[in-house]
Design a binder for this molecule. Structure first.
Ligand SMILES: NC(=O)c1ccc[n+]([C@@H]2O[C@H](COP(=O)([O-])OP(=O)(O)OC[C@H]3O[C@@H](n4cnc5c(N)ncnc54)[C@H](OP(=O)(O)O)[C@@H]3O)[C@@H](O)[C@H]2O)c1
Length: 249
């Protein structure tokens, strides 16, 4: 298998939740690889800081303020991308929030927020990206940032509905693959499932548990994204799980 990022040079990638952690590392890496990256998040100042870090001549980061839990924000973002950047070739559905409390004492509004961001935001962005790809006959690539929590339940403090939202992502990736196949579209869908990564989402109490362990960096996940995007057009990495070598949990 010959791996190459050449076909993506100058093309448009959308990365949600690009203001910190994995999303920031991925947006930066794709721009360094020559892609024009539409970077979405609520903290636009962070996106603007990130955009200044690009050293590539071809690649660029375009900051877009958007709350993915609001359908209108996502629609406006894709409208802006269509008018200003052109057809979407890559979507990295990365925006995500953790749980808050437990199932036994949690708050229904907090639970709904997790599903609005981790599940519904991902669905709306996916629908809009595939629409753009189909209108423009693009054999694009959708990547869902899932989690090992989307495949297995751990004794996480305060995870509440987070694992359920990631199990939904596992189902959504496979449902999308089936729908794309039924239409004979050559758009790829990858579910990428990291173990513990050192980012802002890791709760303070979990940080203490992980303190002694060497967990993953956001750059490790950016490497994995480059790998899945580099595969030849007929090869689809359906699921990629990345864990620290010494199990953190
Ligand atoms: N860190 C880990 O151990 C780990 C492991 C497995 C999977 N993951 C997954 O990796 C993804 C990225 O998380 P991370 O670890 O990099 O954590 P992070 O540093 O907290 O990043 C989360 C990102 O999501 C964005 N976001 C949150 N709510 C949003 C909303 N309503 N609209 C738009 N953007 C929103 C945040 O931006 P704003 O706040 O600026 O909007 C931020 O850029 C998540 O899907 C997470 O579930 C993380």
């Amino acid at each position: 298998m010959v791996l190459s990022m050449d076909r993506w040079a100058g093309k448009v990638a959308v990365v949600t939740g690009a203001s910190s952690g994995i999303g920031a590392a991925v947006a930066l890496r794709l721009a360094e690889q020559g892609l024009r990256v539409a970077a979405l998040a609520r903290r636009k100042d962070r996106l603007e800081e990130l955009a200044k870090k690009i050293s590539s001549k071809e690649g660029k980061i375009h900051p877009i303020k958007a709350d993915v839990s609001k359908e209108e924000d996502v629609l406006n973002a894709f409208k802006w991308i269509k008018q200003n950047l052109g057809p979407v070739q890559v979507l990295v559905n990365n925006a995500g929030i953790g749980g808050n409390g437990s199932l036994l004492n949690g708050d229904a509004d907090d639970w709904a927020d997790v599903f609005r961001v981790n599940v519904l935001g991902l669905c709306v962005a996916t629908r809009e990206a595939v629409k753009s790809m189909r209108e423009n006959h693009v054999d694009g690539h959708i990547i869902h940032i899932n989690s090992i929590c989307g495949h297995q339940i751990f004794n996480f403090p305060e995870s509440s509905v987070y694992p359920a939202s990631k199990y939904a992502v596992t189902a959504l990736a496979e449902t999308l693959r089936v729908e794309l196949n039924a239409l004979k579209l050559k758009i790829k869908i990858t579910s990428l499932s990291p173990g513990a990564v050192d980012t802002e989402i890791i709760l303070q109490n979990l940080k203490k548990i992980l303190e002694e362990k060497q967990i993953l960096d956001s750059e490790d996940i950016a490497d994995a994204i480059v790998y899945v995007l580099s595969t030849p057009p007929h090869v689809q990495i359906q699921e990629l799980t990345i864990r620290p070598v010494v199990e953190a949990l």
